[in-house]
Write a protein that binds this ligand. Structure first.
Ligand code: G3P
Ligand code: MG
Length: 248
């Protein structure tokens, strides 16, 4: 069964207009008309799943060093909005649970990307699914993805029925088709900025849905749409939006 996806998914919320992966960013995406958002999931030192992209705290918070070395209580003291703009001063790194609460409130679908720090591939997936299994029951509005096939394998073992997607780098590994088959993924998520038409056709032959990241340009969005991409992640949902894509 294919997943019923909107053609546009807010990337890290709406990362061009609000600090990525924050509650404020989820609200901004919803306010801009997104029906789904993509968020990255990582663990703190004490294994609390939080919404965060980088291995290090430095780029998007006023903290320093690896997030894997930071306990959740200490993470709560950090601020994750000022780096983006003073208007977002005070934004926090949300827990997965806090983010899901807002997702439910705003009636959104969600793509959770498991983004484990090295060596925590199984643990990150397990912790995420433990939380999710308690607070999420809408199978049709959840897609679990990862570049890590170990994290996806864990997800398959723990929650077989939930939709999974395999994330590919711009240079996909040679065995991506075997992996996609073994992990029984519904979607293949590609770097749409570098993907060729031939590669997209090769994926279409596997009868899996194709999602492309991270598309912030209308012309590229239309081209990928023409080539058969089902949905796109964008930081800028006003530039790449459903209406625009449907009109072409
Ligand atoms: O899931 C799509 C995209 O988010 C993958 O790359 O680095 O932005 O998490 P990244
Ligand atoms: Mg991501």
């Amino acid at each position: 069964m294919p997943l019923n996806l909107p053609s546009v998914i807010g990337h890290r919320g709406a990362a061009a207009y609000a600090p990525e992966n924050t509650i404020e960013s989820i609200h901004t995406a919803a306010d801009m008309g997104c029906k789904w958002v993509e968020l990255d999931v990582k663990l703190t030192k004490d294994s609390v799943p939080v919404i965060f992209h980088d291995d290090d705290l430095d780029r998007t918070t006023n903290g320093h060093g690896p997030i894997a070395e930071m306990k959740y209580d200490d993470l709560c003291d950090l601020e994750a909005g000022s780096w983006f703009s003073e208007g977002f001063a005070g934004a926090k790194v949300p827990t997965l649970e806090e983010a899901i609460e807002i997702i439910l409130q705003r009636d959104l679908g969600i793509n959770l990307e498991i983004k484990p720090c090295a060596g925590r591939e199984v643990e990150t997936s397990e912790a995420m699914l433990d939380v999710l299994s308690q607070i999420w029951d809408d199978r049709d509005r959840l897609l679990i993805t990862s570049f890590s096939h170990v994290s996806l394998e864990t997800s398959m073992d723990m929650a077989e029925d939930w939709y999974r997607g395999l994330l590919l780098e711009s240079e996909p590994m040679e065995n991506w088709k075997d992996l996609a088959g073994y992990l029984n993924v519904t979607t293949i998520n590609i770097d749409g900025r570098t993907a060729s038409r031939e590669f997209i056709e090769e994926i279409m032959d596997t009868e899996r849905q194709i999602l492309a990241y991270t598309i912030n340009d209308q012309q590229l969005a239309r081209q990928l749409r023409r080539w058969g991409v089902d949905a796109m992640f964008t930081d800028a949902p006003d530039i790449v939006n459903d209406l625009l894509l449907k009109a072409h």
